[in-house]
Design a binder for this molecule. Structure first.
Ligand SMILES: [Zn+2]
Length: 370
């Protein structure tokens, strides 16, 4: 099983300089490799492999002295990243790999191997850079795979270490109507369960999102190119990071609880790429939030032998009475509560939807009839 562990790094001035050399060189190699791939395809109609490219890096080094200062495996890591970007493009049929810019908010480079982790000394040793002070707040056991060093927009450094614990995934546990929960995305709440539980974002996270709106407005009033505008931008970058951290904490707690309390979790598949086009800031944050929530549920389900059941978006979960199955076409977004004209039951819109999501999902498994 592969797991990633992320830690804050505290490089000294010389190490920061070396980090920046690695960011720059890996970005250069990535862009150079992408250009080569495009040219070779356009001119000769064939694709150039990563191994050919890695061979050519040796020649590039003779031309550019500064590439020699950088860990050569990190340079090869850049061509691997490009390969992965192409695989994703061919498999998912979207997002042709882009050239990387110096202005990307997050800069990174990878270290495929030959690095060391010292938990007692709170430090990590990277090739060509040496021991770097790192807050190793969590221990792990297993084989070290690729590490990725990154710099956030507000100037913090992190290392993310991929670890293979060599354990097999547990077998899937049996589930039924009693130990399955349906979860729906809310408009007002973060999530609603088929048990009637409504979960809002924690207060501190909502406060940060409100503050972000204020800062965005302030930024828009600052003159372009001015020092004050740069300052405002920095402040926003910091707040974005804070929001991401608060959201992660909240989601980790929530997903762990759902996974431990249930054997299966039913979800509606949402059209996230469509949702992201939404112009409303708070809404777009909550959309991103939902997709990272689902990702966490999915990998934790794998770790603990639980099942994620998915139903398509076409199923009208909000409009069907979960008691008698009546399809109430008159319901609009404004109706928070409604009474079923057929059986007379009163429904909370979101809870009813969550119950239906659970029912549809189990029905597809032939575990329940509607
Ligand atoms: Zn009904």
């Amino acid at each position: 099983m592969l797991k990633a562990y992320k830690y804050r790094m505290y490089p000294d001035e010389n190490q920061i300089e070396m980090f920046h050399k690695h960011f720059g060189a890996c970005r250069y190699i990535y862009n150079w490799a992408l250009e080569n791939k495009i040219k070779s395809y356009e001119q000769e109609g064939k694709s150039i492999s990563r191994f050919e490219l890695n061979g050519k890096i040796r020649m590039l080094k003779m031309e550019f002295e500064w590439l020699k200062e950088v860990n050569s495996q990190s340079l090869q890591g850049a061509t691997l990243n490009l390969d992965n970007a192409f695989t994703k493009f061919f498999r998912e049929k979207k997002g042709f790999p882009k050239f990387k810019s110096k202005k990307n908010p997050v800069q990174s480079f990878s270290v495929p191997q030959h690095y060391e982790v010292d938990f007692d000394g709170n430090k990590v040793k990277l090739p060509k850079i040496g021991w770097i002070k790192t807050k190793l707040h969590r221990r792990f056991e297993g084989n070290l795979k690729t590490a990725t060093i990154s710099k956030t927009p507000s100037g913090k450094y992190f290392i993310s270490i991929l670890v293979d614990d060599e354990k097999d995934l547990p077998a899937k546990q049996k589930f039924n109507e009693n130990n399955t929960v349906g979860i729906d995305v809310g408009i007002k709440d973060f999530a609603i369960t088929s048990n009637g539980e409504k979960i809002d974002n924690p207060k501190h996270l909502n406060n940060s999102i409100k503050r972000l709106k204020v800062l965005q407005k302030r930024l828009s009033r600052k003159q372009k190119g001015s020092k004050n505008r740069e300052k405002a931008r920095q402040e926003i970058a910091k707040l974005y990071e804070k929001i991401a951290n608060q959201r992660n904490d909240f989601q980790h707690k929530l997903t762990s609880r759902f996974i431990s309390e249930n054997q299966a979790i039913a979800l509606e598949t949402l059209n996230i790429s469509g949702m992201l086009k939404n112009h409303c800031l708070a809404q777009s944050i909550s959309d991103v939030s939902w997709s990272s929530f689902v990702t966490k549920l999915e990998y934790k389900a794998e770790w603990y032998g639980k099942t994620i059941l998915r139903i398509g978006q076409f199923e009208p979960s909000t409009k069907i009475c979960n008691i008698c199955g009546y399809h109430n076409k008159k319901i609009t977004l404004a109706d928070r509560k409604w009474q079923c004209p057929d059986c007379g039951e009163t429904h909370d819109r979101d809870v009813n939807a969550a119950i239906n999501i659970k029912k549809f999902a189990l029905n597809k498994q032939n575990l329940i009839g509607i």
